[in-house]
Design a protein around this ligand. Structure first.
Ligand SMILES: C[S@@+](CC[C@H](N)C(=O)[O-])C[C@H]1O[C@@H](n2cnc3c(N)ncnc32)[C@H](O)[C@@H]1O
Length: 188
């Protein structure tokens, strides 16, 4: 158990889906300011494929927290990441998590927030601001808010401009990270 985290109970049981084949992982990683020793949260990690990439970059001195409400996904990821510095746990990023304040260099959240209600979005922003260190980064990957061959209804999606209105952190970089996806970075 790391110093950043304490135990509480959870009762969410959603099944995760992966965006892995749709996203340009290399481009995402090239545009994230990750260095050895950092502490990262993969919020709504699903199968945790990005958590594993983050771990390669942060190394043994760093820490990757992988959070998802889906207990089955978390159990599988735990089994896959034994003896690593990836700590997978069941949680909800729209509420206060088990992680301590100001302990994260990066919060990464990919294809998750379009499913949030307005109340959940407010909770998410509050929790991210609590968790990030000063100058820490929030990276949001989302599907474009335009006609695409798949994806949620348009009125559920966020454009980068809408994200900037909702999230009171400093917007820094916008990157296209797949044919239909973008990543918007914010700094605390
Ligand atoms: C489309 S999947 C994306 C998974 C992964 N981020 C990826 O890019 O492959 C959405 C994930 O968000 C998770 N999720 C849903 N509500 C959440 C919440 N309130 N907090 C954290 N994760 C949540 C789901 O369980 C699911 O694993």
């Amino acid at each position: 158990m790391s110093e950043c985290r304490s135990e509480t109970d959870h009762n969410h049981h959603h099944r995760g889906k992966s965006s892995e084949i749709l996203l340009d992982k290399t481009k995402i990683l090239a545009n994230l300011p990750i260095i050895l020793g950092q502490v990262i949260l993969d919020a709504g990690c699903g199968n945790g494929y990005m958590s594993k990439e983050f771990y390669k970059l942060t190394g043994e001195l760093g820490k990757v927290y992988a959070l998802d409400p889906d207990a089955v996904s978390i159990d599988v990821l735990k089994a896959e990441t034994l003896n690593t510095n990836i700590e997978a746990f069941v949680g909800d990023i729209t509420k206060q998590t088990e992680l301590g304040a100001s302990c994260l260099d990066l919060v990464y959240i990919s294809t998750v927030i379009h499913g949030f209600s307005r109340t959940q979005l407010t909770g998410f922003v509050n929790e991210v601001k609590r968790l990030l260190k000063t100058n820490g980064t929030l990276a949001i990957v989302e599907i474009e808010k335009s006609d695409t061959p798949f994806g949620p209804p348009l009125d559920m999606r966020f454009s980068p401009e809408e994200l900037k209105e909702i999230i009171d952190l400093n917007p820094t970089r916008y990157v296209e990270v797949g044919e239909f996806f973008y990543m918007q970075l914010f700094e605390r």
